[in-house]
Design a protein around this ligand. Structure first.
Ligand code: MG
Length: 171
């Protein structure tokens, strides 16, 4: 039987992951409006991954006989004025999500909930990758984004990102 605190945090995490998808869709919309379809593509793929994260938490709870409770998703509330703003906001957001995952891990650890810890291991690693990706986007933009040719090339590169399902499969 899972501890109530772990269950509540995982239910909240479903909502946070959907919020992440919403936030990245908002960034994709911003880049679409700016005519940067490669950046928009990158964020649309990112939004799909966030939805996958939400579904993994839901499936894990259900596999453990826990009822999932879905809550209202907040409106994206990060104002974007310049091209670099969304990239910087993404890194900040991923650092926040990492802290949320670590918090759930802390509680699971304190309750000796080894099954949840094992499930969360994937997310700990995933957050490392998310932060690295966000840092790389900022770095690339700083290196190449300041002139039209560089921005064009970077936009073309980001157009190539394709969605692939998460490597974690629950059974
Ligand atoms: Mg996520």
């Amino acid at each position: 039987m899972m501890d109530k605190k772990v269950i509540d945090l995982m239910n909240d995490q479903i909502n946070k992951e959907f919020y992440s998808a919403y936030l990245y869709l908002d960034f994709a919309n911003y880049y679409t409006d700016e005519g940067l379809d490669g950046f928009a593509n990158w964020y649309k793929v990112q939004a799909q991954e966030e939805r996958d994260h939400a579904m993994l938490f839901a499936e894990f709870l259900q596999n453990n006989g826990i009822k999932v409770s879905l809550k209202a998703i907040d409106e994206p509330d990060v104002p974007i004025k310049k091209h670099a703003d969304a990239l910087k906001a993404s890194l900040k957001h991923e650092q926040y999500v990492t802290a949320l995952i670590h918090k759930i891990y802390d509680v699971a650890f304190s309750k000796k909930d080894y099954r949840s810890m094992q499930f969360l291991d994937w997310f700990v690693k995933e957050q490392g990758e998310e932060e690295k990706n966000a840092e790389e986007m900022i770095r690339k933009y700083e290196l190449y984004g300041s002139d039209a040719k560089g921005l064009y090339a970077l936009n073309e590169e980001l157009k190539a990102r394709i969605y692939s399902p998460p490597s974690l499969v629950l059974d």
